[in-house]
Each structure stands twice: as C-alpha cells, then as structure tokens.
Design a protein around this ligand. Structure first.
Ligand code: C5P
Length: 249
C-alpha cells in the first residue's frame, strides 16, 4: 500500500496542531519541514509524536558530514521516523547521517533527496551542472544513497520509471509534488497525480497544499486516499516498503 504523508507547512506550532486536529485520524505520517521546524523547533516533532503521529522530519540536510551527523543524532533522539538529507551532499555525508541516527538510539531512517521536484535540469545555473539528464543522474544518486546506508530516496514519481530501468531492484521511494487529479502545480515543476504516483510505485506520497490549503483538509485527505485505493485496485504495484533498518554499507 502507498502511504500518505501530509506536509504541515504552516507558520507556527499552534497552526500545526490545529491542522492535525482538523485531519482527524489523518495521514500515516506528518511531515515537519523547514517552515515549521524553523518556527517551532523540536517541539513540533515532540508534540506531533506525542499525539501518536509518525513524523517525517524533512530538513533536507546538506552540510559537512560532522555537522549532519550531529543533526541526525538529535533528530533520532526526537523520535522522527524519517529524516531527509540531500543525496548530492555525497556518500560520506549520507553515511554520517546514518551513523548519527544510530548514535541517537532512535529508529529514524535516513532518506536521500535526489533532484528536487521544483527543479528542471534547465533551471541549473549555466556552467554549474547543466545540462544533465534526470534519467542518468537519479539512478546514480539512488545507488550512492543505498551504498551509504540510506533507507530510500525522495524523487518525483515521474522519475521512477527511468530510475527503475537503471536500478531494477526494489527500493523505498518517497514522492512529493503530488496533486489530486486536476490540482494546480504551483511552484512545483514535475508534478504527478495521486493515482499516477500509485501506478508508478510510490512507497510514500507527500501531499502538501492540496490538503493543508483545502477548505476541508480532512475531506481532501479522504478523497486522496480513495483515489489511492482505486489506483491500487487497478494495477499491481511495484512499490516497496521501508526496509527493516537502514543498512550498514
Ligand atoms: O504543497 P506541496 O504538495 O507542493 O508540498 C510538497 C512538500 O514536499 C513541501 O513540504 C516540500 O518541501 C516537500 N518536498 C518537495 N520536493 C522534494 C522534497 C520535498 O516538494 N524533492
């Protein structure tokens, strides 16, 4: 089954708890990202976990290995289930995050962002890394992340077929930039519908504004889940769940 994470991209702990209450039984995971974490800090994770939510701490860490290791250790102590880092931080940095969560003693899994869903290769500054093809780069970032002990990757659902062609073994894939059928792309460039993400084998889809900005977030979530259910009934999924624990390289 494809799980759903809702991005609690709100300005305060109060707003996060209000959204959480409105979501009722809610999503499988609450995603705490840069906006909420910067505003409310670790209390955001503690409060949501304290209400029984599984928390995806989406800090997209990208720094020197020693710094990332310390941040990952702290995230592990907070009880986050997932912690994101940028795969482009390199193998040593991803491995440092995996070591950090182990040192923290929690059950946090590290997942590595391949190429942001808001980026097209054409968006890269001239002379930086352009031109590159997602089909060529994303599978290499997955292999790098796995070799460093990450539990999976974050990528656009639309990148999954190209990644699988180069890397046929199953892997855990978190896919943001998901819209219900007919939803607006906003600042995202490479969006996918809920049913398409299921069909492409997303393990965990992230829904942000499509839920949090809906007039009735709980109803929008129920509708997304129904779209998932119908898509799952139609086709056998290639999706894979989280491995038992982050693998040691
Ligand atoms: O509102 P929307 O559904 O576009 O929000 C997507 C969420 O997923 C945001 O919280 C964003 O930070 C996050 N995300 C993303 N692209 C990635 C990784 C995370 O949009 N590659």
């Amino acid at each position: 089954m494809t799980e759903i994470a809702v991005a609690y991209d709100v300005a305060s702990l109060e707003d996060a708890l209000a959204l959480d209450a409105r979501l009722g039984p809610g999503p499988e995971l609450a995603k705490v990202g840069l906006e909420l974490y910067t505003a409310a800090g670790p209390e955001a994770v503690r409060s949501l976990a304290g209400r029984g939510r599984r928390v995806f701490l989406d800090l997209k860490l990208h720094d020197i290995p020693n710094t990332v290791r310390g941040a990952a250790r702290a995230a592990s102590r907070l009880g986050a289930e997932l912690l994101s880092v940028h795969a482009t931080g390199g193998r040593e940095m991803i491995a440092a995050a995996v070591d950090g969560v182990r040192e923290g003693g929690g059950a946090t899994r590290v997942i590595a962002v391949t190429i942001l869903t808001s980026l097209d290769p054409a968006d890269m500054p001239p002379g930086f890394a352009a031109p590159f093809s997602i089909a060529a780069v994303a599978p290499r970032l997955l292999a790098l992340a796995e070799s460093a002990g990450a539990a999976g990757i974050v990528c656009a659902a639309g990148d999954l077929p190209a990644i699988r062609r180069a890397h046929p073994e199953p892997f855990y894939a978190v896919t943001p930039a998901i819209r219900p059928s007919g939803g607006a792309a906003q600042d995202q460039r490479r969006v996918t519908t809920v049913s398409e993400a299921v069909r492409l084998g997303s393990s965990l889809m992230v829904l942000g504004r499509a839920i949090s900005h809906a007039p009735d977030p709980a109803a929008a979530l129920v509708a997304a889940r129904e779209e998932c259910r119908v898509a799952e009934a139609v086709g056998a999924s290639t999706q894979r769940g989280l491995p038992d624990s982050s693998r040691v390289p």
